[in-house]
Design a protein around this ligand. Structure first.
Ligand SMILES: CC(C)(COP(=O)(O)OP(=O)(O)OC[C@H]1O[C@@H](n2cnc3c(N)ncnc32)[C@H](O)[C@@H]1OP(=O)(O)O)[C@@H](O)C(=O)NCCC(=O)NCCS
Length: 440
């Protein structure tokens, strides 16, 4: 997908809101290296990271050049060239139930300098990103969050969870099937060639995964600073199916103290088939002289416990509301996914920012395909099954990770007619739990 980050206008509302505080909202040109380097410094500082090394700066620059990058500048600051706030965004597909994807806008790098907090900068930036998303035709915006209290006010809600999976090596006895293909070591550079195609297929199997993540593979495979200590500890293996086709890979590292068994950790296991997923897990957990295995940002629905004689060898921790979704265009968003049951349901959506506000009729056929139309509040069919909900609740149920009836119990969705929540539960059910396996 080619994307010109500067092709849409700078949001006039954000510009005006920041100007009222004497601040300048600027869209950066990736070719303006001086400005980009200052922006990268500010972003690292905002996230409490150390100053970037040259190698990290070069990587961040290549990533940022594929995104739409904004900075906020204070002309009265000692160094007015360093932004006092940062944000970036880019268009990407988000996998939805049914194996398709919806046009989405990923938001990242939200920081405000500690010298400029609590004067509305984050609000201006977040509302600006919603405008950017609309301008590129995205049906929704999304982000991953470090704090869960910030983004609800802009209409985002947690829609896909992730967890850390830990396996006690001593209790591992594999009872699952043998994979028909093979796992083999490959160099990170060779894997980098095959990985995007494998990842694209893997992403389409799971609602909640995103299909365009500039730069993340280089980081995960240890290619950003290949001679650095962290990268040198990374091992990369690939699973090829019985026809020799690459279907999955994992990048992992083993740490160990002298005379002690090691501990294996990984952040990035990508599988385009169930065989690949099982084979890579088995490779990881059957290693000798290893006491345990830990995978981060894994699905809350791993098949792993069902592949072992002792399912208690597997524990989940750090359960997190990982992917947050903000619906902007309910017709497009609801129409993009497949549904678990046929039916007609009206959704009366409240949205204080206006983007998703309205009443929408969702008509799903026997094959789970939807037709979505905006209807008037007085329309006769409003006497059918109907829910009143906010845009946050719509985002939460969108990928099938939260049952509408749960939000009914929490008094966050109101059913206009008895039975509407039961119907909504069946309709919004997804074929597998939504999951996002990366930070962005
Ligand atoms: C979080 C952060 C972006 C907020 O920036 P800010 O410019 O001070 O926020 P604003 O002044 O625009 O405030 C917007 C709203 O968010 C609220 N808010 C701000 N920071 C918050 C926080 N850390 N937790 C909860 N609410 C917060 C404000 O009270 C305000 O609420 P209101 O609009 O309902 O009155 C900023 O504190 C920051 O850069 N933190 C470090 C980096 C970070 O955590 N980024 C987020 C990554 S997920």
């Amino acid at each position: 997908m080619s994307f010109d980050p500067r092709s849409t206008p700078v949001d006039p509302a954000a510009t005006a809101a920041l100007a009222r505080h004497g601040l300048e909202y600027r869209l950066l040109d990736p070719a303006d290296l001086e400005a980009m380097h200052a922006w990268i410094e500010a972003e690292n500082r905002g996230f409490h990271h150390g100053r970037p090394r040259d190698v990290d700066r070069a990587h961040d620059l290549s990533v940022a050049s594929e995104r739409r990058v904004h900075g906020v500048y204070d002309p009265t600051a000692v160094d007015p060239h360093v932004p006092v706030a940062t944000v970036d965004g880019w268009p990407t597909g988000l996998s939805v139930p049914g194996g398709r994807s919806v046009d989405a806008w990923a938001v990242s790098a939200v920081t405000v300098s500690p010298t400029h907090r609590r004067r509305g900068i984050a609000r201006a930036l977040m509302e600006g990103e919603l405008a950017n998303a609309r301008n590129t035709g995205a049906a929704l915006a999304m982000l991953t969050v470090t704090e869960a209290t910030i983004y609800g006010r802009y209409g985002y809600a947690p829609a896909a969870k992730a967890a850390t999976v830990t396996v006690d090596r001593r209790r591992v006895h594999w009872v699952g099937p043998d994979a028909p293909g093979r796992v083999q070591f490959v160099t990170a550079a060779a894997l980098r060639e095959a990985a995007p195609a494998i990842a694209r297929r893997a992403v389409s199997r799971t609602p909640g995964e995103i299909d365009r993540w500039p730069g993340i593979l280089d980081r995960a495979l240890g290619l950003v600073d290949a001679d650095g200590d962290a990268a040198r500890s990374i091992r990369t293996v690939r699973y090829d199916d019985e026809h020799g086709q690459p279907q999955g890979f994992v990048a992992y590292r083993i740490t160990r103290e002298p005379n002690q068994p090691g501990f294996l950790e990984f952040d990035f296991l990508v599988a385009a088939t169930d065989d690949a997923e099982r084979a890579l897990w088995r490779f990881l957990i059957e290693q000798d002289f290893v006491s345990g295995v830990r995978g981060r940002l894994r699905s809350i629905d791993e098949p792993l416990p069902w592949l072992l004689e002792d399912p208690r060898a597997v524990t989940l921790s750090d359960l997190a509301d990982h992917l947050w979704v903000r619906v902007l265009d309910p017709v497009e968003a609801l129409g993009a996914r497949r549904y678990g049951a046929a039916g007609v349901l009206e959704l009366d959506v409240a949205d204080s920012l206006g983007h998703a506000r309205g009443r929408f009729r969702l008509t799903v056929d026997d094959r789970g395909r939807a037709e979505v139309e905006r209807v008037e509040a007085t329309d006769a069919a409003a006497s059918g099954q109907s829910l009143a909900l906010g845009v946050q609740e719509l985002g939460a149920i969108y990928l099938g990770g939260v049952r509408p009836s749960l939000l009914g119990r929490a008094a966050r969705i109101t059913e206009r007619r008895p039975g509407s929540l039961v119907l909504a539960d069946r309709m919004f059910a997804a074929e597998r739990s939504p999951h996002l396996s990366i930070w962005f």
